[in-house]
Design a protein around this ligand. Structure first.
Ligand SMILES: Nc1ncnc2c1ncn2[C@@H]1O[C@H](COP(=O)(O)OP(=O)(O)OP(=O)(O)O)[C@@H](O)[C@H]1O
Ligand SMILES: [Mg+2]
Length: 253
């Protein structure tokens, strides 16, 4: 097979893979947005019905009206949440590389999550390497990643457990960030799906399933790697390896 032809084939395969993932993504979006839309329509019809059949609204009618409107607002907010997260996902802004104190970023996010975690007797254990060197990376993007991981850990524990955050400079000269939890764990058959957009095991209305796919996209753009290790009933560990500085000509698209 000629080199040129092979290249053409590779390109075709890549293109069809891209199309397949666009198809999957669209199906996911349609599904996610369709549910709230159906509820909004149903509530609006019900309100229309109440208003049509009652010239003067009694107390009960007013209550029904209020509850219908509340439901509509809630579902609209859910759609907004989905579209905002999708935009984050799609926008893929170019990383802005600056000196970053990773421990500080993590601590900011830990404090944010800790308040709610404490209520559920979830302890956040810090094992920060005090001598961690500064890294050249994108702080705001890293904050997003850390927050997603901590939220997932806390959700996986639900009640009573530990989230351990470790940072260190590893032997291969990467900066490692490890988030480990004593939560429910991830079944083997889910492990290769958790980074897919819209994959969630959370109940309807609780998770969009975009958290980890956003994390993966960000870490790749920062030139790092993310991996997961989990045992059902015992817990999960996410490990992120970041370069101390982005490679010249790295994946900054
Ligand atoms: N620490 C964890 N322990 C157990 N399961 C996890 C953990 N982190 C992620 N998962 C699994 O991976 C799925 C996908 O996670 P992801 O963060 O992408 O979406 P989500 O948390 O469900 O929703 P969102 O982050 O959009 O609110 C989760 O629904 C859960 O099943
Ligand atoms: Mg999540």
């Amino acid at each position: 097979m000629g080199e040129k032809y092979k290249w053409y084939l590779d390109e075709r395969i890549l293109q069809s893979q891209k199309l397949a993932s666009i198809g999957e993504l669209s199906a996911g979006i349609a599904h996610e947005i369709n549910n709230p839309l159906a509820i909004i329509r149903q509530e609006a019809e019900w309100l229309q019905h109440i208003l049509k059949n009652k010239e003067v609204l009694d107390a009960r009618g007013v209550e029904e009206l209020k509850s219908g409107l509340h439901q509509i607002i809630q579902e609209v907010d859910r759609c907004k949440d989905i579209t905002h997260r999708l935009l984050d996902f799609a926008r893929k802004r170019k990383p802005v590389i600056q000196a970053v104190e990773l421990n500080k970023i993590i601590e900011d996010m830990a404090l944010l999550v800790e308040r709610e975690a404490k209520h559920n007797n979830i302890k956040i254990i810090r094992q920060y390497d005090a001598n961690l060197p500064l890294i050249y990376s994108d702080g705001p993007l890293l904050r997003q990643v850390v927050l997603n991981l901590l939220n997932n850990a806390v959700h996986a524990i639900q009640k009573d457990g530990d989230v351990t955050i470790t940072t260190c400079l590893s032997e291969d000269n990467t900066i490692d960030l490890i988030v480990s939890d004593t939560g429910c764990g991830i079944p083997k058959e889910h492990l290769d799906k958790i980074f897919d957009p819209f994959f969630t095991t959370k109940p309807e209305g609780k998770g969009t399933g975009l958290g980890l796919s956003i994390c993966l996209g960000i870490i790749q753009r920062l030139g790092g790697r993310i991996s997961v290790d989990s045992a059902v009933g015992q817990g999960t560990t996410f490990t992120i390896k970041l370069p101390r500085q982005p490679e010249a000509g790295g994946k900054n698209e």
